[in-house]
Ligand binder design. Structure first.
Ligand SMILES: Cc1cc2nc3c(=O)[nH]c(=O)nc-3n(C[C@H](O)[C@H](O)[C@H](O)COP(=O)(O)OP(=O)(O)OC[C@H]3O[C@@H](n4cnc5c(N)ncnc54)[C@H](O)[C@@H]3O)c2cc1C
Length: 370
């Protein structure tokens, strides 16, 4: 069995398969976790985001549950602490429209077992984080979500998988070898790896696989940048957010602030414009951070499907070929649930969650020419 792509979707699939006794070969073009999966913010927020409430709600809470279990298992298996922790989030409103949107989400959020969400006025919000802006009209405090350190998670997953017999291979996949409706090999630039099962988990580059499988996979890259800062004062313990911006102090002691959403193709360079945009939003949320000094800036690409949903399941017309991508802004949260579900599919087991909305064949149906 070959898994293409050593991001979180590929490595969690390899890990859960190996836990069930199936050792795969993971083929990675660059380095494991060297793109978004190793550089994400690591927030785990199952009660908000695209498709929540909606088709992605179940996989979001499943991901949260699996992160809890996975962090303990990986510590035992590798000695690596992936720094999973429960972390409250404070979503700020600066306008009436912000407040209306946040309040409209509350009734559903308050119905989710294991989570708590409530509206706070500025005084109560200041008891959670005293440094929020005077312009804050109010905020939603959500508890039950968490955070993880994505780079350590990727390291631990890889070590644990390798100990269970998984092989990581460096190489760029350029196609599949097929015989009728079956896969017989994964084609690298200089060799072919024979296999009867292939999992394609190549993140923002997933559209390249359309030709390999003869089915369109409508996924594009959406660039995002993060700045890490030396910040004055005590750590920001919760995740403070406003729209698509957020900030929290991570275990490296730096304040991480993000993020942008940029249609920039496959460009992964960090830019001054993004640094300024993120810095402005940070100071709007937390004016005391105006004196914070940028220590590092990262840029990477999210895999986003044209309908915004995950792409997870078997490829129509090809036996034992699977796609796992489309994590978009929440691929770290979804990662373990994606890998677990794919391992179940590959092993012919019933999945814990429904995957109907995520079927890789849906883009062909959407394209009347296909
Ligand atoms: C700035 C930013 C912040 C984020 N913050 C969060 C967050 O707080 N919480 C959250 O849940 N999510 C977050 N995300 C989203 C998350 O990082 C992604 O959704 C997730 O990492 C995607 O994982 P993936 O495995 O699908 O893709 P990737 O991590 O991109 O992995 C795909 C891998 O496939 C390899 N590959 C591609 N083509 C080939 C080929 N032909 N042959 C061999 N290998 C190949 C690539 O080199 C890459 O390593 C964030 C993303 C960004 C950009």
């Amino acid at each position: 069995m070959v898994i293409v792509g050593g991001g979180i979707a590929g490595m969690t699939t390899a890990y859960y398969l190996a836990k069930s006794g199936v050792a795969s070969v993971v083929v990675e073009r660059d380095a494991i976790g060297s793109h978004a999966s190793g550089f994400a913010y690591g927030g785990l927020s199952p009660l908000s985001g695209f498709g929540i409430p909606g088709p992605q709600a179940e996989i979001a809470t499943d991901g949260m549950q699996l992160h809890r279990e996975l962090s303990k298992g990986l510590l035992e298996e590798t000695g690596i602490d992936v720094d999973f922790r429960m972390r409250a989030s404070l979503a700020l409103a600066f306008t009436d429209a912000d407040a209306r949107r946040l309040k409209a989400a509350l009734p559903w959020q308050q119905n989710q077992a294991g989570y708590a969400a409530r509206w706070l006025d500025i005084e109560d919000a200041r008891r959670v984080e005293p440094r929020i802006s005077d312009e804050t009209l109010g905020a939603t405090l959500t508890e039950g979500g968490g955070a993880v350190e994505p780079y350590l998670l990727m390291l631990a997953l890889t070590q644990a998988a390798e100990r269970l017999g998984v092989t990581v291979r460096h190489g760029r996949v350029i196609g599949l070898r097929r015989h009728g409706g079956r896969v017989t090999g994964v084609v690298l630039e200089r060799e072919v790896l024979s296999c009867a099962t292939a999992v394609l988990a190549i993140g923002p580059w997933s559209a390249e696989a359309s030709e390999w499988i003869g089915v369109p996979i409508d996924v594009r890259p959406l660039k995002g940048q993060i700045i890490r800062l030396q910040a004055p004062g005590p750590p920001i313990e919760c995740s403070v957010g406003w729209g698509h911006n957020y900030a929290t102090t991570k275990t490296d002691g730096l304040l991480w602030a993000g993020t942008t959403e940029e249609d920039a193709g496959f460009d992964e360079e960090s830019t001054i414009a993004a640094r300024d945009e993120i810095g402005d939003a940070l100071v709007k949320m937390l004016p005391a951070m105006a004196d914070a000094q940028v220590a590092q800036q990262t840029a990477c690409l999210r895999p986003v499907a044209s309908d915004g949903l995950l792409v997870l399941g078997s490829v129509p017309g090809l036996d034992h070929v699977y796609v796992a991508t489309g994590g978009a802004r929440k691929g770290i949260l979804y990662g373990p649930a994606m890998g677990h579900a794919l391992a179940d599919l590959v092993l012919g087991r019933k999945t814990r969650i429904a995957l109907d909305a995520f079927t890789p064949g849906r883009f062909a149906r959407a394209d009347p020419a296909a």
